[in-house]
Design a protein around this ligand. Structure first.
Ligand SMILES: [Zn+2]
Length: 121
């Protein structure tokens, strides 16, 4: 392979439309670009189809080779795209932790409102 050759990985992903979306990843000169045929993808905005594949989520894949996700992970490792996916993973983890903390705080608040602490004494 020469530097200017383009390698592609293609998946079919079941989204909200009856017809699956086509998600294409292109690698050229060690940079990776991602395209999707969904409305968001066509508008040039981020979409969950590409994002979930980059995060290694296989749930909605209806066409393409599952093992290509591993190839894709290798492609993006160390790239700007890979870094952005890592940042997203980190942010989603923090969000989950914050949601759990919020639920626990609400539970503690509700418990305190009923005076449970006083009743125990
Ligand atoms: Zn999409």
């Amino acid at each position: 392979m020469t530097d200017s050759q383009i390698e592609t990985i293609v998946f079919q992903v079941q989204g909200s439309s009856p017809e699956p979306y086509r998600v294409t990843f292109e690698r050229k000169n060690l940079g990776v670009r991602a395209f999707c045929t969904c409305p968001a993808g066509q508008n040039g905005t981020s979409c969950k189809h590409r994002t979930l594949l980059l995060q290694g989520v296989v749930d909605d894949i209806v066409g393409g080779k599952i093992e290509d996700l591993g190839v894709l992970a290798g492609w993006v490792r160390g790239t700007r795209l890979g870094l952005a996916v890592e940042q997203l993973d980190d942010a989603e983890l923090l969000l989950q932790q914050a949601k759990l903390r919020l639920a626990n705080a609400k539970h503690a608040l509700a418990s305190a409102m009923y005076g449970n602490e006083r009743e125990r004494k």
